[in-house]
Design a protein around this ligand. Structure first.
Ligand code: ADP
Ligand code: MG
Length: 746
């Protein structure tokens, strides 16, 4: 068979950008076209039903099942007017993807019978009951044992806060996925609970500063990084196809060292893909805004305008699936894996996160008055408190077998969670910490708060003061959680972060309230605000407490690891071990006290995490074993045979001395191939043995650790030998598309 590699390379070169149909309408006009927006609700629902539904969405009112039928019918009518014939509950099980099971709207009309086939008795319908709850026979979704497979009961329940949308001919209804006994089997249920917790906690604290605040929402703006690879080349790489990353491949002589890809002109075929993607995303109500090339060749980024966190999470999940579909249309495959290629940058998904109030205040943004800036300092410090107390948990929330390849590498945040604040905010906190209260009190003035913090009112956060690799960086009016993986469901990180901050705010409020009487007493007869002074008092304590989380340095040096360890931060690097942070006393307490997850749920989720980790490494090990034996060794051996026959012929043509001299190099290569193929074969044998041994282990946790400690290192050893072979074996024989082809053809 002709070498598939050359065929697909030639084909890839011939591909031209697809014509993307130009829209007559403007983006603002087709935005949300396939979403059941409020405007459409108004059109398709009676006024009374509409009002009740909005109350559910905005104020968390209890869903009145009497309106469910009317809402469902309205949705169905709208969906059918837009070409839908089916509907599905759309949920996010614990396997990083989304799940759906389509049913048609069509059914027998009342009084119609199964037999007879009289089409006059058929109608389209969607009942409130089916809108609100379903029981997908989803017995094979991971549940960590919560739902023994024979019981097979998982319920999906409508989440009215995330609007329904249409994909192709199907109305998609965002739902949470829970077990018969109420345990969460997905990301969304605990996310919604964590969001409720942070919103409530933050609102009570925000009211210290502005008593008209009724609600606080958590905001999320994700930046999605990804690679595009030509589909033909992708198909010729079984490792990409089966594991999402290249398990072998020598560095391309040129990769990202010239920095000529970053922010460069977007390649034409890619541009067509992006245009197409953006149109579809906008139609689905995903407010995509930014696109650009990333650092590595064939790496790109897309970012929307931030939204309320629950919706932003849904939109990211939706976007990832739309991306995959559109990429194929353009002859690409999108790689969402965090580290598809060794030696060049991996992909992340920065989670820009902040809290804001219903009356439009961004709680993580500095303000213009001392009061506003005290509020700012409060939310910054209490965010840091949450991140400090739960830094290990936050790391666990972003950890996965795939993201583990990225963390700790040079370009990415290290596997230690710390926070970079920038010079001005750091100074502000230092200032608050240093000032002594008596001094502040002595500065007694006319009204309200008087603080010895003169620079606060002019606080303008300089955006250029940035640290690109900090895992949790303050960037002007938000924090950017950068360690999140490109493939991950953002919900995992958002559950941990919002819960951690909620806990810090609850605790803060308690302490402030407890101190107010004391300050009221002290400040009697002055016009000082006892509340503000109590706040400052608690803040100063907290600024000291959470100081270890603040780190302005870059990267992952040995010194930082040693220093972080001294500071008591979590420095564990092993993925399965990091998962244990979910079962720490402090984590269980956090999630249980806020009603986000129970210990049982946490344990079950960890089972899933460990099992998933094991499976991913197991698949990689199998694929690498197969490729080694079926692709690499045979080809290396074939080349070696050619060299051997050349050696023979040389000795026929030339006198033995001359032949020896002229063949010295080939002899060396023959030997090197022999040695390396021997090492590969031995490595594969050991790999199989290590797997066999690990597979016998009962506990998912121990098994994952065994895979981490004994199987995974073998992958690198084998790869090392293969990559060396790639350099010496005749290029014409090499079967797998090389890095230069995967990274530079588009
Ligand atoms: P970069 O970090 O590369 O400078 P941008 O400034 O474009 O990127 O912002 C990245 C993301 O952060 C976008 O999704 C944007 O909407 C979001 N974002 C901006 N301000 C906030 C905020 N206050 N809270 C949450 N997300 C925000
Ligand atoms: Mg960013």
């Amino acid at each position: 068979m002709a070498n598939l590699r050359f065929k697909v390379v030639a084909e890839a070169f011939r591909k031209r950008p697809l014509d993307v149909e130009r829209r007559k309408e403007r983006p603002s006009e087709y935005f949300g076209k396939l979403v059941f927006t409020r405007e459409k609700m108004q059109r398709y629902l009676s006024e009374d039903v509409y009002k009740k539904l909005v109350d559910v969405i905005d104020n968390g009112a209890k869903l009145d099942s009497s309106i469910a039928d009317a809402v469902a019918e309205g949705m169905r009518a709208w969906a059918m007017d837009n070409g839908a014939t089916h509907y599905t509950h759309w949920f996010q099980p614990l396997n990083e993807g989304t799940a759906e099971k389509h049913d048609a709207f069509i059914e027998r009309a009342e009084g119609g019978h199964g037999e007879g086939g009289d089409e006059a008795t058929m109608v389209e319908r969607l009942s409130g009951k089916l809108l609100m709850q379903q029981e997908p026979d989803a017995s094979s979704f991971p549940s960590g044992g919560i739902r023994a497979t024979f019981e097979a009961r998982g319920y999906s329940a409508w989440d009215p806060t995330s609007p329904v949308f249409i994909i192709d001919d199907t109305l998609c209804i965002p739902t949470i996925f829970i077990s018969y006994t109420g345990e969460a089997l997905d990301y969304k249920a605990p996310l919604k609970r964590a969001l409720r917790a942070v919103n409530e906690a933050a609102a009570t604290v925000a009211r210290y500063f502005d008593d008209s605040v009724e609600r606080v929402v958590s905001n999320l703006g994700w930046e999605q990084e990804y690679f595009l690879v030509d589909e033909g080349l992708y198909a010729a790489r079984p490792d990409l196809l089966l594991t999402g990353r290249t398990l072998m491949g020598h560095d391309s002589a040129k990769n990202q060292q010239m920095d000529d890809h970053y922010f460069g002109a977007i390649p034409e075929r890619v541009q067509a893909f992006m245009k197409n993607l953006e149109i579809e995303a906008l139609e689905l109500g995903i407010p995509v805004k930014t696109r650009h090339n990333e650092v590595a060749p064939n790496q790109f980024e897309l970012a929307p305008i931030f939204e309320e966190t629950n919706l932003a999470v849904d939109h990211n999940m939706l976007l990832m699936s739309v991306m995959k579909r559109i990429a194929r249309k353009h002859g690409f495959r999108v790689l969402l894996h965090e580290k598809p290629f060794a030696g060049i940058n991996g992909s992340g998904k920065h989670n820009n996160w902040s809290l804001s109030t219903d009356n439009g205040i961004l709680l993580h943004a500095p303000g213009k008055t001392p009061e506003a800036n005290l509020r700012f300092a409060t939310f910054i410090v209490e965010t840091l408190m949450g991140v400090y107390r739960h830094n290990g948990l936050l790391k666990a929330s972003i950890m996965s077998a795939t993201n583990a390849h990225r963390l700790g590498a040079n370009e990415a945040p290290p596997a230690i969670v710390s926070s970079f604040l920038g010079k001005q905010v750091s100074e502000l906190l230092d200032h608050i910490e240093m000032a002594d209260v008596d001094n502040i009190l002595a500065m007694a003035g006319k009204q309200g708060l008087k603080m010895d913090i003169p620079e606060i009112p002019e606080l303008l956060i300089d955006n250029t003061d940035r640290n690109r690799t900090s895992p949790f960086a303050f960037t002007g009016n938000r924090f950017e959680f950068r360690a999140v993986g490109s493939e991950a469901n953002c919900a995992s990180a958002m559950i941990a972060l919002n819960a951690a901050v909620a806990e810090a705010l609850v605790d803060f409020k308690k302490r402030v309230d407890a101190r107010i009487p004391e300050f009221t007493e002290k400040l009697k007869g002055t016009e000082h605000s006892a509340t503000f002074h109590a706040i400052i008092d608690v803040l100063r304590e907290d600024i000291k407490t959470c100081k270890p989380i603040r780190f302005d340095g870059n990267g992952y040096s040995d010194e930082w690891v040693a220093e972080a360890e001294k500071r008591g931060l979590d420095v564990e690097k092993s993925c399965p071990k990091i998962f244990e942070r979910y079962l720490d006393e402090a984590s269980i307490q956090l999630f249980e006290s806020l009603g986000v997850m129970t210990k049982k749920e946490l344990e079950a989720r960890n089972e899933v995490k460990w099992e998933t980790y094991t499976k991913k490494i197991q698949i990689e090990a199998r694929v690498l074993g197969d490729l080694s034996m079926n692709h690499i060794i045979p080809v290396a051996t074939r080349y070696q045979s050619e060299l051997l026959s050349n050696l023979n012929h040389m000795s026929v043509v030339f006198p033995i001395d001359t032949a020896d001299k002229l063949s010295a190099r080939n002899k060396k290569i023959i030997q090197e191939i022999a040695e390396r193929t021997f090492a590969i074969e031995k490595g594969v044998e050991e790999l199989v043995e290590a797997r066999k041994k690990a597979n016998k282990i009962e506990s998912e946790r121990d098994k994952a650790n065994a895979y981490h400690d004994t199987v995974e290192p073998k992958l690198d050893e084998i790869r090392y030998q293969i990559d060396k072979l790639e350099l010496i074996v005749d290029d014409a024989l090499w079967p797998l598309p090389k890095y230069r082809e995967l990274l530079f053809i588009r």
